[in-house]
Design a protein. Structure first.
Length: 411
């Protein structure tokens, strides 16, 4: 499979690029509402159950930096296969877990496996996709993940109804195993040629050396990515909390999230097309600003309709920016030491994903939920300004024709 822009074809990479993600995301989506319930079933209180749920994100954060080293040593395809097998094994352990500790360990290990899977997939697509199609390809990848997260809970509901709560863990183990087998269809890609000023292929490539060499990029655009992730994760956390505070029932809150998810999916491909044609900054800044506007309007929304409208405003920003973290990371990543660099990049993004909800918890505990929303508006304003200063203003390559190279919206 050639990555030369003039010879590139989408069809040969649709299954290896998007298939494993589609399967894995179905498992993740199915697990989303189940882990907390399983923890409670094993005797956990509400606070402890929330902590167990958070172990997935914490495991992913802890696994980000080692994931780059693993992918560099094993290669992307073997790393993906390994991560999928560990995912399947950890979910099988969770199915048989009869103690809260065993369940917590399984969830944490699954988060670490997800870190390796996401890193190896990101590295492979950075190499496989020509730069002129990069944002559209990675936005479509983000859309594929969102589709799995959307349908997963419905599958979980059917499994719980037909079998048991813990049957969802076996389903997630099956999707993880299937995703691993599908990675065998991926081609082994040649090592990219080092660019001027980068480490050469004969230099010792360590995580510390790669981070030191690219510290300026990580401290500028990388911090912008941290702020994007904080805004995204905060939106996911504060919306259900605010909705519940306005006395909305669970079904209404779920409907609001479903409508917002639909808005996001409609904007996945257009956001990638804008990034490829005009430049990354023209999506990054408006997306974060829109999420900030939505967060600022949230304290003024007190009915289901008004909260849904606010959720849709934030969904527009989140949908347009689908793939922005992946795209900016791929643009900045060196040819030599790419897995290690992207491990550090994803560490920054996942740090933002934990800091955002953490900020909500702290501000809400000492103040109010509305105050937390206003603090997050400040985070979004900082993020928009920071990205306006540092995000690339031009696409790395101006495409010959966006229309003629459009991939399927939902691979």
């Amino acid at each position: 499979m050639s990555t030369t822009a003039g010879e590139f074809r989408w069809r040969p990479i649709l299954v290896p690029a998007y298939g494993p993600t589609a399967l894995a995301s179905l498992g993740y989506g199915a697990l989303a509402p189940i882990v907390a319930l399983a923890a409670i079933d094993l005797g956990a209180g509400v606070a402890t159950a929330a902590l167990v749920v958070g172990l997935t994100a914490f495991g992913q954060l802890i696994g980000d930096l080692p994931a780059g080293v693993i992918a560099a040593r094993l290669g992307e395809r073997r790393a993906l296969l390994l991560a999928s097998l560990v995912d399947a094994a950890s979910m099988t352990v969770a199915y048989f877990a009869h103690s809260l500790l065993v369940l917590a360990i399984a969830v944490f290990v699954d988060g670490m496996a997800a870190a390796v899977f996401n890193l190896a997939r990101h590295t492979w697509m950075t190499t496989a996709i020509p730069v002129r199609y990069r944002a559209r390809a990675l936005s479509s990848l983000g859309g594929t993940f969102r589709i799995g997260l959307f349908f997963g809970p419905f599958i979980a509901a059917g499994l719980v109804s037909a079998f048991s709560l813990h049957a969802v863990f076996l389903f997630a183990a099956g999707t993880g195993l299937a995703a691993g087998l599908l990675t065998l269809t991926m081609a082994e890609l040649p090592m990219p040629e080092p660019r001027p000023g980068e480490l050469s292929a004969t230099d010792p490539v360590t995580l510390a050396r790669v981070v030191r060499r690219h510290l300026r990029v990580l401290a500028t655009i990388g911090v912008g990515v941290l702020l994007i992730s904080a805004a995204r994760a905060s939106r996911q956390s504060i919306l259900p909390l605010w909705s519940q505070a306005q006395q909305l029932d669970a079904s209404t809150i779920s409907l609001i999230f479903g409508i917002a998810s639909g808005v996001e999916l409609l904007l996945v491909y257009p956001g990638g097309a804008v990034m490829d044609r005009y430049g990354r900054v023209f999506v990054a800044v408006p997306a974060v600003a829109l999420m900030g506007v939505g967060l600022g309007l949230l304290p003024l929304a007190h009915t289901a309709v008004s909260i849904c409208l606010v959720a849709c405003v934030m969904a527009v920003g989140n949908g347009l920016s689908s793939g922005i973290v992946l795209t900016l990371g791929s643009d900045a990543a060196p040819a030599v030491g790419r897995p290690q660099f992207l491990g550090a990049w994803r560490f920054l993004a996942d740090t933002g994903g934990i800091l955002g909800p953490g900020l909500i918890a702290v501000v809400a505990a000492i103040g109010t939920l509305a105050g937390a929303a206003w603090v997050l508006v400040g985070v979004c304003a900082l993020g928009a300004g920071w990205l306006a200063a540092w995000a690339p203003r031009r696409s790395p390559v101006i495409p010959v024709s966006v229309r003629s190279t459009r991939p399927p919206q939902h691979p």
